[in-house]
Design a protein around this ligand. Structure first.
Ligand code: PHE
Length: 337
């Protein structure tokens, strides 16, 4: 009478083959290998020996097949043992003991993007000069981006080719991605009464072709101060204190006459650093028409406003020649800051 089916016997053989090859190839030194040898090939109570005993329980017809499989198994395990002995003799090859006393791999920490760092630094410097940081929306209406800033319907700055207008239902004023942060001057003055000292830093959008000094999205710092008796001298002092603090050393500021619809007079702001003059943005005294548009009395308060390019001042400070590098997401560039 058979007590073991051939299927069950072959299943035992398979399991043992897997266990034995795993144990033998995992052995890292001679004692471990000897332990594995005894477990599987041990003459008295090795696992092969126990399987061999099962052979007698197979039906007489199945015994030749069972015996053949058993012999193959024995050969395979012996070969694996020999392979493992060879491997240890060769110096252990790929399997190395783990040294738990070695220092681990420190996780790589990231940091803020250089433009974000610049924004934070500008906010910090300006806050010491009494300017509060405020935010405004990046999707704007025509009133805040143009009209309240005295940029009339026929002004070339409103050209569809120079702005990212958003498609909206016919008959309504199209919204746009703001082309300047001067929008925030209006939004703040509409809500608050003077005296006012604010800075606003954020993204602006213009459909420019990207090159070393242009990008269709960039950042501006907008500053606005409205108090009785404000003059251009205050504007220049604040810009100079800001520039010296940000760039380090005694940075000179130069005004060149210019025109913006919302300031009068208007100037271009250059900063000198290391012997070179670089244009950083525009500024001027807030036009009385703008003060009126937000309900202020131009006879009792005056103010100045300025707008600087964040990428420009960051490039200046860090010596970056191409502002596109700020947006390439190349960690070899970014990790320098
Ligand atoms: N908004 C202007 C620009 O983007 C800069 C500016 C800001 C000029 C404030 C005057 C006053 O070019």
């Amino acid at each position: 009478m058979a007590t073991v089916s051939l299927d069950a016997f072959l299943a035992e053989i398979d399991r043992l083959r897997i266990d034995a090859t795993a144990a033998l190839s995992a052995a890292v030194d001679a004692p471990a290998l000897e332990a594995a040898r005894v477990e599987f090939l041990g003459a008295k109570s090795g696992r092969l020996k126990s399987i061999q005993k099962l052979l007698g329980g197979l039906a007489a017809d199945d015994r030749p097949a069972g015996g053949r499989h058993f012999n193959e198994l024995k050969q395979a395990v012996s070969d694996a043992l020999e392979g493992a002995q060879q491997r240890l003799a060769d110096g252990g090859e790929s399997i190395e003991p783990i040294d738990v006393t070695l220092p681990g791999d420190p996780p790589r920490l990231g940091h803020l993007h250089p433009i974000t760092q610049t924004i934070r630094r500008v906010q910090e410097i300006m806050s010491r000069l009494g300017f509060e940081s405020v935010d405004g929306p990046e999707v704007e209406d025509q009133w805040h981006n143009f009209e309240a800033l005295a940029i009339g319907a026929e002004h070339p700055a409103r050209d569809p080719l120079d702005n990212f207008y958003l498609a909206v239902a016919q008959g309504t004023d199209p919204l746009l991605l703001r082309s300047q942060t001067s929008t925030v001057q209006i939004r703040v003055m509409e809500r608050r009464k003077p005296p006012l000292r604010i800075v606003s830093l954020g993204r602006v959008y213009r459909p420019d072709t990207a090159d070393a000094t242009h990008y269709p999205m960039f950042h501006q710092v907008e500053g606005l101060l409205v108090e009785p008796g404000t003059t251009m001298a205050h504007l220049k002092s604040v810009l100079r204190m800001f520039a010296s603090s940000f760039l380090g050393g005694d940075v000179h500021v130069r005004f060149r006459p210019s025109f913006f619809p919302f300031t009068e007079p208007s100037v271009e702001v250059d900063m000198e650093w290391g012997g070179r003059w670089i244009e950083m943005g525009g500024a001027g005294m807030v036009d009385p028409a703008v003060l009126e548009a937000v309900g202020y009395d131009p006879d009792s308060v005056s103010g100045f406003a300025f707008g600087l390019g964040v990428e420009r001042i960051a490039a200046r400070r860090y010596g970056v020649a191409d502002i596109r590098d700020f947006y390439r997401n190349d960690v070899r560039f970014l990790s320098q800051f």
